[in-house]
Design a protein. Sequence first.
Length: 231
Amino acid sequence: MRTLLDKGMLPLFDSGYINLKRQYLTVGVNGIVEAAESLGITISDNAEYEQFVSNILGLIETYNKKYRSKDLLFNCEMIPAENVGVKHANWDREDGYFVPRDCYNSYFYIVESANTSVIEKFRLHGRRYIEHLTGGSALHMNLEEHLSQPQYRQLLRVAAKEGCNYFTFNIPNTLCKDCGHIDKRYLQECPHCHSKNVDYLTRIIGYLKRVSNFSLDRQKEAARRFYAKAE
């Protein structure tokens, strides 16, 4: 990039919109749950798992600091792994490693498990687990239905208490393929024309995307996700 900048090929940098010295290279983390599972560690908010996560991310942080310079910065984050999450699972399987699922996600909990409560997910994405990250650690709180205002406010308090600073509530939107109506709820049929020919909008990364536009492997992964019910 320095060469391109010197040749005047980066006009946004030349105009001052982007500062090259503030750019960084990302060390992306994916599959930390599967790594822990391969060692027999239970995926929950427990001391052994917390220490495992701290050891892995702390080591990366140490080397990021060691090799940074005034012209080169590094950060570490949990990447969405939209495509490479499937590739990582396939590569591990080909090499004979323990592979418990066909797609590695970048959360600190098992996405398809019904055993991790909403509160525990906030803890697993809270300060004790993300302290060594310098980039993304997004929690997509998958819910089957929208909550009441008091319930949302209470969960915001939980997030603040646990130090979970990067999250969204993720309720699939329903899209009717026949009339085009979009509903913010997770429904089995269109409330407008009553067609059952529906698609859903949900997340792999930060923005909503039609599940039918996911790759085939990601569609399978999306179908396995657990969505918590309001109680």
